[in-house]
Design a protein around this ligand. Structure first.
Ligand SMILES: [Zn+2]
Length: 171
């Protein structure tokens, strides 16, 4: 199956604020992660990080309050969300992970691409999103929704939302 590329669908001013060379730190190995962690305090390491999987399939990390579009250098992604690390038996593992990114609204079906990026980086992970988010665009009023409790109805106009991901109308 071909991986879907997700274009940025968030506010235009965040995209125009992206500066070259400020994308998230590429993590290709546990050593990359440890080097990037060096100098960060324990409180920051306990917080969720912003991540994207870039078009080369590489995991890129940024501090929590970073925008996904900045982490991706403004480019499309194969996946995006937030993750937390935990130190266990002498190594860092991915403890919790979501596809929570309002900039890209990636589908839960991005998990294989995210998993492959974590595997390539040599990072143990939970085996699926621990906090999956279902993003849909309302076909009637065009508002973006997060589907909760399997209720596929627009929270703004009650129109039924499609079963398949549809957030980017140009995709
Ligand atoms: Zn609606």
């Amino acid at each position: 199956m071909t991986e879907r590329r997700y274009r940025y669908v968030g506010p235009a001013d965040l995209l125009s604020a992206v500066k070259p060379g400020e994308e998230g730190h590429a993590i290709g190995s546990p050593g990359d992660l440890i080097r990037w962690f060096t100098g960060r305090d324990a409180a920051e390491l306990a917080e969720p990080f912003t991540y994207v999987v870039d078009l080369t399939g590489t995991l890129r990390l940024a501090p929590r309050r970073s925008e996904h579009v900045a982490c991706a250098g403004g480019a499309p992604v194969l996946g995006a969300g937030e993750l937390t690390f935990r130190h266990e038996r002498g190594r860092w593992i991915v403890y919790e992970i979501s596809n929570q990114s309002t900039g890209y609204c990636p589908d839960v079906t991005t998990w294989p691409a995210v998993r492959d990026a974590l595997d390539r980086a040599g990072l143990a992970h939970p085996g699926d999103f621990t906090h999956p988010v279902v993003f849909r665009r309302c076909p009637a009023c065009d508002e973006r929704n997060v589907v909760r409790d399997d209720d596929y109805h627009c929270v703004f106009c009650d129109t039924e939302l499609p079963a398949a991901w549809n957030v980017d109308p140009r995709a």
